[in-house]
Write a protein that binds this ligand. Structure first.
Ligand code: SF4
Length: 433
Protein backbone atom coordinates (compact mmCIF):
# COMPACT_ATOMS: atom_id res chain seq x y z
CA UNK A 1 0.00 0.00 0.00
CA UNK A 2 1.26 3.46 -0.84
CA UNK A 3 0.38 5.32 2.30
CA UNK A 4 0.15 9.09 2.21
CA UNK A 5 2.61 10.28 4.86
CA UNK A 6 1.18 12.13 7.79
CA UNK A 7 2.05 15.79 7.65
CA UNK A 8 3.10 16.85 11.12
CA UNK A 9 0.83 19.56 12.42
CA UNK A 10 2.65 22.82 12.56
CA UNK A 11 0.98 26.04 13.44
CA UNK A 12 2.26 28.95 11.37
CA UNK A 13 2.63 30.85 14.64
CA UNK A 14 1.47 30.30 18.17
CA UNK A 15 -2.04 31.04 16.87
CA UNK A 16 -4.26 32.14 19.75
CA UNK A 17 -2.16 30.63 22.55
CA UNK A 18 -1.66 34.01 24.20
CA UNK A 19 -4.64 35.80 22.68
CA UNK A 20 -6.71 38.00 24.97
CA UNK A 21 -10.09 36.58 25.93
CA UNK A 22 -13.19 38.69 26.39
CA UNK A 23 -14.66 37.48 29.70
CA UNK A 24 -18.35 38.15 30.23
CA UNK A 25 -20.44 37.34 33.28
CA UNK A 26 -23.96 38.43 32.42
CA UNK A 27 -27.21 36.77 31.49
CA UNK A 28 -26.62 33.53 29.62
CA UNK A 29 -28.72 31.39 27.33
CA UNK A 30 -27.42 27.89 27.89
CA UNK A 31 -29.10 24.64 28.95
CA UNK A 32 -28.28 23.26 32.39
CA UNK A 33 -26.28 20.10 33.06
CA UNK A 34 -29.39 17.93 33.28
CA UNK A 35 -29.27 17.84 29.48
CA UNK A 36 -26.28 15.46 29.61
CA UNK A 37 -28.64 12.71 30.76
CA UNK A 38 -29.99 12.58 27.22
CA UNK A 39 -26.80 11.06 25.83
CA UNK A 40 -25.41 9.48 29.02
CA UNK A 41 -28.43 7.24 29.55
CA UNK A 42 -27.90 5.81 26.10
CA UNK A 43 -24.18 5.30 26.68
CA UNK A 44 -24.17 3.47 30.04
CA UNK A 45 -26.91 1.05 29.17
CA UNK A 46 -27.73 -0.28 32.64
CA UNK A 47 -27.55 3.03 34.50
CA UNK A 48 -30.56 5.03 35.64
CA UNK A 49 -30.68 8.78 36.19
CA UNK A 50 -33.08 10.00 38.84
CA UNK A 51 -33.32 13.77 38.74
CA UNK A 52 -34.15 15.19 42.15
CA UNK A 53 -35.84 18.36 41.10
CA UNK A 54 -38.89 20.44 40.37
CA UNK A 55 -41.60 20.18 37.75
CA UNK A 56 -39.48 22.47 35.55
CA UNK A 57 -36.66 19.91 35.59
CA UNK A 58 -39.11 17.11 34.77
CA UNK A 59 -40.45 19.18 31.91
CA UNK A 60 -36.97 19.90 30.53
CA UNK A 61 -35.96 16.27 30.66
CA UNK A 62 -39.20 15.03 29.16
CA UNK A 63 -39.46 17.60 26.41
CA UNK A 64 -35.77 17.63 25.49
CA UNK A 65 -35.32 13.90 25.68
CA UNK A 66 -38.80 12.45 25.25
CA UNK A 67 -38.77 12.81 21.50
CA UNK A 68 -35.44 11.04 21.24
CA UNK A 69 -36.30 7.98 23.27
CA UNK A 70 -37.50 4.81 21.70
CA UNK A 71 -36.38 2.35 24.38
CA UNK A 72 -37.86 2.36 27.85
CA UNK A 73 -36.65 5.58 29.46
CA UNK A 74 -33.84 5.23 31.92
CA UNK A 75 -34.41 8.49 33.67
CA UNK A 76 -37.13 9.99 35.81
CA UNK A 77 -37.70 12.92 38.12
CA UNK A 78 -38.42 12.77 41.84
CA UNK A 79 -40.39 15.98 42.28
CA UNK A 80 -39.46 17.89 45.39
CA UNK A 81 -42.10 20.51 46.10
CA UNK A 82 -41.70 23.57 48.26
CA UNK A 83 -41.00 22.71 51.87
CA UNK A 84 -39.61 24.41 54.90
CA UNK A 85 -36.54 23.08 56.69
CA UNK A 86 -38.68 20.96 59.01
CA UNK A 87 -39.95 19.13 55.94
CA UNK A 88 -36.49 17.98 54.88
CA UNK A 89 -36.60 14.74 56.85
CA UNK A 90 -39.75 13.86 54.93
CA UNK A 91 -37.93 14.71 51.73
CA UNK A 92 -35.24 12.16 52.49
CA UNK A 93 -37.85 9.54 53.39
CA UNK A 94 -39.70 10.29 50.19
CA UNK A 95 -36.53 9.99 48.13
CA UNK A 96 -35.76 6.63 49.74
CA UNK A 97 -39.29 5.47 48.98
CA UNK A 98 -39.02 6.55 45.31
CA UNK A 99 -35.68 4.76 44.92
CA UNK A 100 -36.92 1.57 46.61
CA UNK A 101 -39.98 1.49 44.38
CA UNK A 102 -37.89 2.10 41.27
CA UNK A 103 -35.37 -0.65 42.06
CA UNK A 104 -38.13 -3.10 42.83
CA UNK A 105 -39.77 -2.40 39.50
CA UNK A 106 -36.51 -2.30 37.52
CA UNK A 107 -34.16 -4.98 38.90
CA UNK A 108 -31.85 -4.60 35.89
CA UNK A 109 -30.59 -1.23 37.18
CA UNK A 110 -27.03 -1.64 38.45
CA UNK A 111 -26.01 1.98 38.76
CA UNK A 112 -28.28 4.74 39.93
CA UNK A 113 -27.40 8.42 39.75
CA UNK A 114 -29.22 10.91 41.95
CA UNK A 115 -28.91 14.08 39.89
CA UNK A 116 -29.20 17.34 41.80
CA UNK A 117 -30.86 20.44 40.36
CA UNK A 118 -31.23 24.08 41.32
CA UNK A 119 -34.55 24.57 43.12
CA UNK A 120 -33.80 25.77 46.66
CA UNK A 121 -35.54 22.75 48.24
CA UNK A 122 -33.15 20.43 46.41
CA UNK A 123 -30.09 22.49 47.31
CA UNK A 124 -31.00 22.02 50.98
CA UNK A 125 -30.99 18.22 50.52
CA UNK A 126 -27.63 16.50 51.03
CA UNK A 127 -27.67 14.20 48.01
CA UNK A 128 -24.21 12.78 48.66
CA UNK A 129 -25.39 11.49 52.07
CA UNK A 130 -28.55 10.20 50.45
CA UNK A 131 -26.43 8.34 47.86
CA UNK A 132 -24.25 6.80 50.59
CA UNK A 133 -27.31 5.78 52.59
CA UNK A 134 -29.00 4.22 49.58
CA UNK A 135 -25.79 2.54 48.36
CA UNK A 136 -25.40 0.86 51.76
CA UNK A 137 -29.04 -0.26 51.65
CA UNK A 138 -28.97 -1.71 48.12
CA UNK A 139 -25.39 -2.96 48.13
CA UNK A 140 -24.01 -5.06 46.41
CA UNK A 141 -26.56 -5.21 43.59
CA UNK A 142 -26.84 -1.46 42.98
CA UNK A 143 -24.42 1.42 43.36
CA UNK A 144 -25.95 4.81 44.05
CA UNK A 145 -23.94 7.92 43.19
CA UNK A 146 -24.82 11.58 42.99
CA UNK A 147 -23.81 14.60 40.98
CA UNK A 148 -25.22 18.00 40.22
CA UNK A 149 -26.86 19.00 36.95
CA UNK A 150 -28.04 22.28 38.45
CA UNK A 151 -28.23 25.27 36.15
CA UNK A 152 -26.45 27.34 38.81
CA UNK A 153 -23.37 25.13 38.79
CA UNK A 154 -23.32 23.55 35.36
CA UNK A 155 -23.99 24.31 31.74
CA UNK A 156 -25.18 21.73 29.27
CA UNK A 157 -22.13 19.48 28.71
CA UNK A 158 -20.76 20.00 32.23
CA UNK A 159 -23.41 17.50 33.35
CA UNK A 160 -21.33 14.77 31.69
CA UNK A 161 -18.21 16.06 33.42
CA UNK A 162 -19.94 15.98 36.82
CA UNK A 163 -21.30 12.47 36.15
CA UNK A 164 -17.93 11.02 35.09
CA UNK A 165 -16.07 12.78 37.92
CA UNK A 166 -18.51 11.12 40.37
CA UNK A 167 -17.58 7.71 38.93
CA UNK A 168 -13.78 8.14 39.14
CA UNK A 169 -13.27 7.45 42.89
CA UNK A 170 -15.02 4.08 42.49
CA UNK A 171 -12.96 2.91 39.47
CA UNK A 172 -10.90 -0.21 40.17
CA UNK A 173 -7.12 0.26 40.54
CA UNK A 174 -4.71 -0.98 37.88
CA UNK A 175 -2.06 -3.54 38.84
CA UNK A 176 1.05 -1.90 40.28
CA UNK A 177 4.00 -2.01 37.87
CA UNK A 178 1.84 -3.14 34.92
CA UNK A 179 2.63 -1.74 31.44
CA UNK A 180 0.88 1.45 30.38
CA UNK A 181 -2.78 1.34 29.36
CA UNK A 182 -4.85 3.83 27.40
CA UNK A 183 -8.14 5.31 28.58
CA UNK A 184 -10.31 7.31 26.17
CA UNK A 185 -12.37 9.70 28.28
CA UNK A 186 -15.72 11.15 27.25
CA UNK A 187 -18.95 9.67 25.89
CA UNK A 188 -18.64 8.81 22.20
CA UNK A 189 -21.26 7.25 19.95
CA UNK A 190 -20.77 3.47 19.87
CA UNK A 191 -19.97 3.54 16.16
CA UNK A 192 -17.17 6.08 16.74
CA UNK A 193 -15.84 4.11 19.70
CA UNK A 194 -15.69 0.95 17.56
CA UNK A 195 -13.78 2.77 14.81
CA UNK A 196 -11.23 4.13 17.30
CA UNK A 197 -10.89 0.72 18.99
CA UNK A 198 -10.07 -0.78 15.57
CA UNK A 199 -7.50 1.90 14.77
CA UNK A 200 -5.80 1.54 18.17
CA UNK A 201 -5.62 -2.23 17.66
CA UNK A 202 -4.03 -1.80 14.21
CA UNK A 203 -1.58 0.71 15.68
CA UNK A 204 -0.53 -1.80 18.35
CA UNK A 205 -1.89 0.45 21.13
CA UNK A 206 -3.43 -1.33 24.09
CA UNK A 207 -5.01 -2.25 26.36
CA UNK A 208 -7.56 0.46 25.57
CA UNK A 209 -10.51 1.30 27.82
CA UNK A 210 -13.36 3.67 27.08
CA UNK A 211 -14.83 5.76 29.89
CA UNK A 212 -17.77 5.82 30.39
CA UNK A 213 -18.17 2.15 29.49
CA UNK A 214 -21.32 0.70 27.91
CA UNK A 215 -22.07 -1.42 31.00
CA UNK A 216 -21.87 -0.28 34.62
CA UNK A 217 -19.98 -3.44 35.63
CA UNK A 218 -17.23 -2.79 33.06
CA UNK A 219 -15.67 0.26 34.71
CA UNK A 220 -12.09 0.74 33.46
CA UNK A 221 -9.19 0.44 35.88
CA UNK A 222 -7.10 3.52 36.64
CA UNK A 223 -3.68 4.10 38.17
CA UNK A 224 -0.19 5.53 37.57
CA UNK A 225 0.18 3.41 34.39
CA UNK A 226 -2.97 4.96 32.86
CA UNK A 227 -2.48 7.41 30.01
CA UNK A 228 -5.70 9.12 29.05
CA UNK A 229 -6.89 10.96 25.99
CA UNK A 230 -9.81 13.34 26.34
CA UNK A 231 -12.35 12.73 23.59
CA UNK A 232 -14.38 15.79 24.68
CA UNK A 233 -13.17 19.23 25.71
CA UNK A 234 -15.59 19.70 28.62
CA UNK A 235 -14.16 17.23 31.11
CA UNK A 236 -12.06 19.40 33.43
CA UNK A 237 -13.25 17.84 36.73
CA UNK A 238 -13.06 14.30 35.38
CA UNK A 239 -9.48 14.86 34.20
CA UNK A 240 -8.54 16.27 37.59
CA UNK A 241 -10.09 13.29 39.38
CA UNK A 242 -8.23 10.84 37.10
CA UNK A 243 -4.96 12.68 37.70
CA UNK A 244 -5.58 12.43 41.45
CA UNK A 245 -5.66 8.63 40.91
CA UNK A 246 -2.23 8.82 39.24
CA UNK A 247 -3.33 8.82 35.57
CA UNK A 248 -1.54 11.08 33.07
CA UNK A 249 -3.27 13.08 30.35
CA UNK A 250 -1.88 12.89 26.82
CA UNK A 251 -1.99 16.44 25.48
CA UNK A 252 -3.60 16.64 22.05
CA UNK A 253 -6.16 18.55 20.00
CA UNK A 254 -9.61 16.91 19.93
CA UNK A 255 -10.50 14.29 17.30
CA UNK A 256 -12.53 16.52 15.00
CA UNK A 257 -11.63 16.57 11.33
CA UNK A 258 -8.63 14.94 9.66
CA UNK A 259 -6.06 17.10 11.37
CA UNK A 260 -7.52 16.83 14.88
CA UNK A 261 -8.08 13.08 14.63
CA UNK A 262 -4.56 12.50 13.32
CA UNK A 263 -2.94 14.55 16.09
CA UNK A 264 -5.13 12.88 18.73
CA UNK A 265 -4.16 9.40 17.54
CA UNK A 266 -0.52 10.50 17.23
CA UNK A 267 -0.46 11.48 20.90
CA UNK A 268 -1.40 7.90 21.83
CA UNK A 269 0.97 6.45 19.22
CA UNK A 270 3.88 8.45 20.68
CA UNK A 271 3.09 7.29 24.23
CA UNK A 272 2.91 3.63 23.13
CA UNK A 273 5.98 3.79 20.82
CA UNK A 274 4.16 3.12 17.53
CA UNK A 275 6.54 3.72 14.64
CA UNK A 276 5.81 6.58 12.26
CA UNK A 277 5.69 4.31 9.21
CA UNK A 278 3.13 2.06 10.85
CA UNK A 279 1.08 5.07 11.88
CA UNK A 280 1.14 6.41 8.32
CA UNK A 281 0.18 3.07 6.80
CA UNK A 282 -2.65 2.36 9.24
CA UNK A 283 -4.26 5.78 9.08
CA UNK A 284 -3.71 6.56 5.37
CA UNK A 285 -6.90 4.98 3.94
CA UNK A 286 -9.16 6.71 6.47
CA UNK A 287 -7.30 10.02 6.08
CA UNK A 288 -7.72 9.86 2.33
CA UNK A 289 -11.43 9.07 2.60
CA UNK A 290 -11.96 11.92 5.07
CA UNK A 291 -9.96 14.40 2.97
CA UNK A 292 -12.05 13.54 -0.09
CA UNK A 293 -15.27 13.91 1.91
CA UNK A 294 -14.21 17.36 3.12
CA UNK A 295 -13.29 18.53 -0.37
CA UNK A 296 -16.94 18.18 -1.36
CA UNK A 297 -17.96 20.77 1.24
CA UNK A 298 -15.12 23.23 0.86
CA UNK A 299 -16.77 24.99 -2.09
CA UNK A 300 -19.83 25.78 0.03
CA UNK A 301 -18.03 26.66 3.24
CA UNK A 302 -14.73 28.22 2.08
CA UNK A 303 -14.45 31.92 2.93
CA UNK A 304 -17.84 31.89 4.69
CA UNK A 305 -17.88 33.48 8.15
CA UNK A 306 -19.04 31.80 11.34
CA UNK A 307 -19.93 33.16 14.79
CA UNK A 308 -20.04 30.86 17.82
CA UNK A 309 -22.21 31.62 20.85
CA UNK A 310 -21.03 29.78 23.97
CA UNK A 311 -22.84 26.51 24.46
CA UNK A 312 -21.13 23.12 24.54
CA UNK A 313 -17.40 23.92 25.01
CA UNK A 314 -16.86 22.23 21.63
CA UNK A 315 -16.63 25.68 20.05
CA UNK A 316 -12.83 26.06 19.93
CA UNK A 317 -12.08 22.63 18.40
CA UNK A 318 -14.93 23.16 15.92
CA UNK A 319 -13.65 26.61 15.01
CA UNK A 320 -10.16 25.19 14.43
CA UNK A 321 -11.63 22.50 12.14
CA UNK A 322 -13.80 24.93 10.17
CA UNK A 323 -11.01 27.42 9.71
CA UNK A 324 -8.09 25.12 8.90
CA UNK A 325 -9.80 22.32 6.99
CA UNK A 326 -12.66 24.17 5.30
CA UNK A 327 -11.30 27.70 4.99
CA UNK A 328 -14.05 29.40 7.00
CA UNK A 329 -13.52 32.81 8.63
CA UNK A 330 -14.00 33.04 12.38
CA UNK A 331 -15.76 36.19 13.52
CA UNK A 332 -16.13 35.32 17.22
CA UNK A 333 -15.57 32.07 19.05
CA UNK A 334 -17.47 32.06 22.32
CA UNK A 335 -17.22 29.26 24.87
CA UNK A 336 -18.90 28.91 28.28
CA UNK A 337 -15.57 27.99 29.86
CA UNK A 338 -12.07 28.10 28.40
CA UNK A 339 -9.72 25.51 29.89
CA UNK A 340 -6.33 26.88 28.80
CA UNK A 341 -4.36 23.73 29.41
CA UNK A 342 -6.80 21.22 27.86
CA UNK A 343 -7.22 23.54 24.88
CA UNK A 344 -3.57 24.58 24.51
CA UNK A 345 -3.02 22.53 21.32
CA UNK A 346 -6.30 23.81 19.86
CA UNK A 347 -5.58 27.47 20.65
CA UNK A 348 -2.16 27.21 19.00
CA UNK A 349 -3.88 26.14 15.76
CA UNK A 350 -6.49 28.91 15.65
CA UNK A 351 -5.70 31.77 13.28
CA UNK A 352 -4.03 34.70 14.99
CA UNK A 353 -6.40 37.56 15.73
CA UNK A 354 -9.50 35.38 16.29
CA UNK A 355 -11.90 37.03 18.77
CA UNK A 356 -12.29 34.69 21.73
CA UNK A 357 -14.90 35.11 24.44
CA UNK A 358 -15.66 33.17 27.60
CA UNK A 359 -18.96 33.24 29.49
CA UNK A 360 -21.80 35.35 28.23
CA UNK A 361 -23.63 38.63 28.40
CA UNK A 362 -26.22 37.65 25.87
CA UNK A 363 -27.49 41.09 24.80
CA UNK A 364 -23.96 42.43 24.22
CA UNK A 365 -23.02 39.30 22.31
CA UNK A 366 -26.13 39.54 20.17
CA UNK A 367 -25.13 43.10 19.30
CA UNK A 368 -21.67 41.94 18.24
CA UNK A 369 -23.20 39.16 16.18
CA UNK A 370 -25.60 41.54 14.41
CA UNK A 371 -22.73 43.90 13.67
CA UNK A 372 -20.59 41.08 12.23
CA UNK A 373 -23.48 39.66 10.08
CA UNK A 374 -21.80 36.23 9.83
CA UNK A 375 -22.86 33.75 7.18
CA UNK A 376 -23.71 31.21 9.88
CA UNK A 377 -24.27 31.42 13.63
CA UNK A 378 -23.78 28.44 15.95
CA UNK A 379 -26.01 28.89 18.99
CA UNK A 380 -28.50 27.34 21.40
CA UNK A 381 -32.14 26.69 20.56
CA UNK A 382 -33.29 29.80 22.43
CA UNK A 383 -31.29 32.14 20.20
CA UNK A 384 -31.68 30.32 16.90
CA UNK A 385 -35.31 31.27 16.19
CA UNK A 386 -34.96 35.02 16.83
CA UNK A 387 -31.75 35.14 14.79
CA UNK A 388 -33.35 33.23 11.91
CA UNK A 389 -36.18 35.77 12.15
CA UNK A 390 -33.59 38.51 11.62
CA UNK A 391 -32.45 36.77 8.43
CA UNK A 392 -29.41 34.99 9.82
CA UNK A 393 -28.54 31.34 9.16
CA UNK A 394 -28.11 29.30 12.31
CA UNK A 395 -26.86 25.92 13.41
CA UNK A 396 -28.11 24.41 16.68
CA UNK A 397 -25.14 23.72 18.91
CA UNK A 398 -26.94 20.84 20.62
CA UNK A 399 -26.96 18.88 17.35
CA UNK A 400 -23.18 18.84 17.40
CA UNK A 401 -23.28 17.04 20.73
CA UNK A 402 -25.92 14.47 19.71
CA UNK A 403 -24.45 13.62 16.31
CA UNK A 404 -21.39 11.36 15.94
CA UNK A 405 -18.79 13.87 14.71
CA UNK A 406 -15.44 12.55 15.99
CA UNK A 407 -12.95 10.62 13.91
CA UNK A 408 -12.04 10.29 10.23
CA UNK A 409 -15.23 8.61 9.05
CA UNK A 410 -17.39 11.40 10.50
CA UNK A 411 -15.33 14.36 9.18
CA UNK A 412 -17.51 14.73 6.07
CA UNK A 413 -20.72 14.53 8.13
CA UNK A 414 -19.38 17.21 10.45
CA UNK A 415 -18.71 19.55 7.53
CA UNK A 416 -22.14 18.79 6.14
CA UNK A 417 -23.79 19.86 9.40
CA UNK A 418 -22.52 23.37 8.65
CA UNK A 419 -23.06 23.26 4.89
CA UNK A 420 -26.71 22.15 5.11
CA UNK A 421 -28.17 25.31 6.68
CA UNK A 422 -26.32 27.46 4.13
CA UNK A 423 -27.63 25.38 1.23
CA UNK A 424 -31.16 25.59 2.67
CA UNK A 425 -30.90 29.37 3.05
CA UNK A 426 -29.62 29.72 -0.53
CA UNK A 427 -32.54 27.62 -1.81
CA UNK A 428 -35.05 29.72 0.12
CA UNK A 429 -33.51 32.88 -1.30
CA UNK A 430 -33.91 31.51 -4.85
CA UNK A 431 -37.45 30.21 -4.33
CA UNK A 432 -40.17 32.30 -6.05
CA UNK A 433 -42.30 34.39 -3.63
FE1 SF4 B 1 -34.24 24.54 35.34
FE2 SF4 B 1 -32.43 24.28 37.29
FE3 SF4 B 1 -34.07 22.24 36.76
FE4 SF4 B 1 -32.14 22.89 35.02
S1 SF4 B 1 -31.84 22.15 37.11
S2 SF4 B 1 -34.29 22.45 34.52
S3 SF4 B 1 -32.06 25.13 35.22
S4 SF4 B 1 -34.68 24.27 37.52
Amino acid sequence: MNAAPVIPIRAASTGCSDAPVLRERGQREVFCGLTGIIWLHRKIQDAFFLVVGSRTCAHLIQSAAGVMIFAEPRFATAIIDERDLAGLADCNDELDRVVARLLERRPEIKLLFLVGSCPSEVIKLDLSRAAQRLSARFNPGVRVLNYSGSGIETTFTQGEDACLAALVPGLPATTAGAPIELMVVGALADVVEDQFARLFRQLGIGPVHFFPPRQANRMPPVGPNTRFLLAQPFLADTAQALQARGARRLAAPFPLGVEGTTAWLQAAAAAFGTEGQIFDAVTAPARQRATAALARHRAQLGDRSVFFFPDSQLEIPLARFLSRELGMRLTEVGTPYLHRSHLAEELALLPEGTTLSEGQDVEKQLDRCRAARPDIVVCGLGLANPLEGEGMTTKWAIELVFTPIQGYEQAGDLAELFARPLVRRARLARAPE
